[in-house]
Ligand binder design. Structure first.
Ligand code: ATP
Ligand code: AMO
Length: 466
């Protein structure tokens, strides 16, 4: 019996070999009554299958049945690999299958809400067709998300979520290799972990509670519990109330926390090496996926340095001022300033990935350690890709009295975090860490314009289904 062969592995090397393929019937075309072509797709790869009526082998009814299959039905195809003399248009593999048997395993409804071909088109293809007088369907974002199960079948989306899986894998492997322990912190917690009001509140058996905005408090408590270096990959909930291209109400947080021996630059060192490992790994292992994304959503490869650039917030402010951009030296950078600084850094240092540290204390969460030499600043940092924030991190306050004072100053009810503050009363090592949004990493590495493209089933202020 023939072996199952993935469509992506069909090549000239298999010429004349009998193969067995399972995939989706993407398009069907009959040529007279004796021949039909069906393009079969599996995980973003496509192959043209040829069904020719032959006495004793393939009946004319079989040809008719194949030509009449509904799009996206799942089929098992048995046949022999052949190499046509001309390039094959409309399929990724440059070989064909001469079909001997074809079974329909699961039939899709005849009229689908969106077609995969429409959903897979680039803006450029739509433009070119329109200039040639042809009208192609443009599938808008909401329609895509309404029928996400169909939308994620496109080659670009197959690429995006395989890239996302690689980011998580490299993140985990890198940290394990550096002595970090993977932890799982609770998502049902008593109060806000970041301060601020963007929490989903709920009733926990009669007690007020909320969904965790981050694993912040518990990852720090794990360090106080002597795990030394920890990380977590898990869902994070933010009750964002406005609709932007880069905020979700639920995202995957990649979180790290570690003891610090001398200086918070130890944490920035981990950030730099970790992300260079992630970018190198994606470039090395995901070339097919990156190409599939770029085919639909063209982008330039990310520019980054082997040694991650670090600038202080003050240096950033100076660069912005020198470029005629007014910024508050003790305030946060708004989205426009962040983008502008990204441009300036690219021009000066030739990198689109850098760390900005020593932020003003006033714009950082209550648990952030003030700078020892100037308490208007803090031992904290943000990290940017292509001018947008992907990481926040800092050294944390490990002195309970100072922590209580800072919580109060930030308007946080100490009662809701008393067990957290108490953890520092039993002896607490100096420590720091950072948090990354997985969807933002993929969005910005691939130069995509909307975070919904990198969330499998995105949750935003207007969407909780599918
Ligand atoms: P973080 O949670 O680390 O702060 P963030 O990317 O959400 O990450 P913020 O510090 O909240 O960044 O905001 C940075 C800038 O992004 C703000 O100054 C503002 O310009 C813009 N911004 C943030 N949240 C929103 C929002 N919900 N709607 C519109 N703009 C926003
Ligand atoms: P912060 O609130 O900056 O920091 O979040 C860390 C990172 O998470 C991502 N992010 C988001 N992604 C999608 N949708 C959102 N609404 C959203 N909000 C944030 C960003 C951001 O950089 N506890 C700290 C981290 C730490 O200091 O360890 C924290 O949560 O990529």
């Amino acid at each position: 019996l023939a072996e199952w062969t993935p469509v992506g592995e069909l090549s000239e090397a298999l010429k004349d070999r009998e193969v067995l393929v399972r995939g989706r019937a993407q398009t069907m075309r009959a040529v007279g009554k004796k021949m039909a072509f069906v393009v079969v797709r599996e995980r973003g790869f496509t192959v043209q299958c040829v069904v020719t009526a032959k006495p004793e082998a393939v009946s004319p009814q079989m040809v008719k049945f194949v030509a009449g299959l509904s799009r996206e039905s799942i089929v098992d195809v048995h046949g022999v690999v052949s190499v046509p003399g001309v390039p094959i248009k409309g399929a990724s593999q440059q070989v064909e299958i001469q079909v001997s048997k074809l079974y329909c395993v699961s039939r899709a409804i005849p009229t689908l809400p969106i077609s995969i071909e429409d959903a897979a088109r680039s803006e450029q293809e739509i433009e070119e067709a329109s200039q040639a007088g042809e009208q192609l369907v443009r599938v808008n974002q909401d329609t895509r998300l309404n029928y996400r199960v169909l939308d994620i079948r496109t080659p670009a989306n197959q690429g995006i979520f395989r890239i996302q899986s690689q980011v998580g894998t490299i993140f985990r492997q890198f940290l394990l290799s550096e002595g970090f322990v993977e932890i799982h912190s609770p998502k049902l917690i008593a109060g806000s972990s970041e301060g601020g009001s963007a929490v989903f509140k709920l009733d926990y058996k009669g007690h007020p509670a909320c969904l965790a905005q981050s694993p912040q408090l518990h990852k720090q408590m794990a360090v106080c519990g002597d795990f030394g270096r920890v990380f977590e990959i898990g869902p994070v909930f933010r009750a964002e109330d406005s609709y932007t291209h880069r905020h979700l109400c639920e995202f995957i947080g990649l979180d790290v926390e570690m003891e610090i021996k001398k200086h918070y630059s130890e944490v920035m060192g981990v950030v730099g090496r970790l992300f260079v490992a992630i970018f190198d790994g994606l470039n090395a292992n995901c070339s097919t996926e990156l190409a599939a994304v770029a085919r639909q959503y063209p982008f330039e490869p990310l520019k980054y340095l082997p040694e991650t650039l670090r600038l202080t917030f003050e240096e950033g402010v100076q660069m912005l001022k020198a470029a005629g951009f007014e910024v508050d030296p003790y305030g946060d950078l708004n989205t426009e300033a962040e983008r502008k600084l990204g441009q300036l850094v690219l021009e000066k240092y030739d990198t689109e990935f850098y760390i900005l540290h020593r932020y003003p204390l006033a714009v950082r969460p209550f648990y952030t350690m003030p700078c020892y030499d100037d308490s208007k600043y803090s031992n904290s940092f943000d990290v940017f890709i292509r001018g947008e924030e992907i990481i926040s991190g800092a050294q944390r306050i490990h002195v309970p009295e100072l922590l209580s004072e800072r919580a109060r100053a930030c308007g946080i009810d100490a009662n809701t975090i008393s067990t957290y503050i108490d953890s520092f009363r039993y002896g607490a090592p100096p420590h720091g860490g950072f948090g990354v949004g997985l969807e933002r990493v993929v969005m910005l590495f691939c130069g995509l314009n909307n975070i919904r493209k990198t969330s499998l089933f995105p949750r935003d202020p207007q969407r909780i289904a599918p």
